[in-house]
Design a binder for this molecule. Structure first.
Ligand code: PLP
Length: 454
């Protein structure tokens, strides 16, 4: 088996460690997504745009911890901010309210058009969970709608129709809700309405049909971080949800700071009611945040907030939305996040990053064309994917037309040659990828395609 031997011969220590891992962790991994055949590669070190595995091999990293590391590995201002925070403040965490929570919230309110108030969580998933709970509390309705193929983290509500089998999904006008995992109670499958991305007419029809029960629509404005919503579609969706009293939640966990400093809401000029953030926000540490309209966010104020506090500390009991967490607003994490964002705020840095990403995309497209392989890069800002079809790709169903088998083979060749992406995963760029990295990436793609020909 060419694929198996290609990865395991040059990665002997990785394989040995993986065998050990299998004894103590199901499938040898601690997140299903981190597994790939024949076995994942164990990393030991990171520096700038590079990862180094336990066999001493160097990789140009385009996974960047699923997009979290916008400045690559060990970025000095972030490392320094973390060190300073812990040493100057004398602790890793206060366990109480503190100044950086306010400073970061002010920054997010400044940058994101749809954010008027903020709450922190420890992951993107916790943020999406909190956002939909707030939506249900605010509207008093119990269902949510999500788009086919969109990922919002691994909770029951969202683990439907993320990567469903084509033979089960029904028509595009009425996509079926399909569980992604065993152990998901029917309740969640039945109460999550599935919508077709970038199909405004069908989305409109489905939303009208369920409007009385729908609290919120949640979406990735750029599906999977690389298939952008059509402008007309996302503007239309905003209009319909407003008309039907359904909250609109942008899940910007992937796109926040990566499509523009103010996320997709800034790019499209569309204001969601609530926004979920994560990844880049934590500078490589676990983080999430929900931001949004003040009247919706205020549901979680334990005493009704400052206005009610000044009138007397009224206990609102169960009227208050529960939101808590030992590590919420972790000061070390917020210090890393603030240093990350501040480094991007010099507009040139983010513009340069986008320009370089565009340059890499163009170069890769030229290579595939030379080698006679149908491929288009699709993406926005600093994220893109290589999609092996020339057909229009606007949603989950279109994406299935791409040649995934060939893409997986290319990705495995590239792993062997020193480019790190999890097979089939999107590419995330960082501000520290060099001209040399870009040239080498293009060259290695060309070599990989030639090798596969032989
Ligand atoms: N939402 C989106 C769009 C994501 O891409 C992810 C993670 O990849 C999540 C939510 C969940 O975030 P986390 O993995 O931090 O829980």
């Amino acid at each position: 088996n060419r694929e198996a031997s290609v990865v395991s011969v040059a990665n002997r220590k990785s394989r040995e460690l993986y065998e050990r891992a299998c004894e103590v962790m199901p499938g040898g991994v601690t997140a299903n997504i981190k597994y790939f055949e024949p076995h994942p590669i164990m990393m030991e070190k990171g520096k700038g745009s590079k990862l180094y595995d336990v066999d001493g091999k160097e990789y140009i990293d385009f996974l960047l911890s699923y997009g979290a590391l916008i400045h690559g590995h060990g970025y000095e201002p972030v490392m320094q901010a973390v060190y300073n925070q812990m040493t100057n403040q004398g602790t890793t965490i206060f366990g109480t309210p503190h100044f950086l929570e306010i400073k970061m919230a002010e920054k997010l309110i400044d940058l994101y058009p749809g954010i008027e108030m903020v709450r922190y969580t420890n992951s993107g998933l916790e943020a999406t969970i909190l956002a939909v709970r707030a939506g249900m509390a605010y509207t008093g309705k119990e269902k949510i709608a999500k788009f086919e193929g969109h990922y919002h983290g691994g909770s029951n509500q969202f683990l439907v129709s993320v990567n469903p089998d084509l033979d089960k999904i029904g028509s595009q006008n009425e996509p079926r809700s399909i569980p992604e995992s065993t152990g998901i109670p029917d309740y969640f499958v039945e109460n999550t309405v599935i919508l077709p991305f970038n199909d405004l007419a069908a989305t409109d029809q489905i939303l009208r049909k369920h409007a009385k029960e729908l609290s919120a629509v949640i979406l990735e404005p750029v599906q999977g971080g690389f298939i952008p919503a059509d402008e007309e579609f996302i503007k239309g969706l905003r209009k319909i949800t407003e008309e039907l009293d359904i909250l609109l939640i942008f899940d910007e966990v992937k796109t926040g700071f990566r499509t523009s400093l103010g996320g997709c809401q800034e790019v499209y000029g569309v204001k969601p009611d609530l926004t979920a953030l994560g990844k880049v926000l934590g500078g490589g540490f676990p983080v999430g945040a929900v931001g949004g309209r003040k009247d919706v966010m205020m549901i979680s104020a334990p005493n009704g907030g400052r206005d009610i506090l000044s009138a007397g500390n009224k206990d609102k009991g169960k009227d208050v939305l529960f939101h808590s967490g030992t590590y919420n607003g972790h000061p070390t994490v917020l210090a890393a996040g603030l240093a990350t964002i501040e480094a991007l705020e010099n507009g040139q840095t983010i513009d340069q990053l986008f320009e370089r990403t565009r340059f890499l995309r163009n170069q890769l497209e030229a290579v595939y064309k030379r080698q006679g392989i149908d491929m288009q890069t699709i993406g926005m800002g600093s994220i893109f994917n290589l999609v092996l079809t020339n057909e229009d790709v606007k949603n989950y169903r279109d994406l299935q037309k791409a040649n995934m088998t060939l893409r997986k083979m290319i990705d495995k060749e590239l792993l062997q040659k020193g480019i790190y992406t999890k097979p089939l995963n999107r590419y995330s760029m960082s501000t520290v990828h060099t001209d040399e990295d870009i040239a080498k990436t293009v060259e290695l793609h060309e070599d990989a395609l030639k090798n596969l020909r032989r």
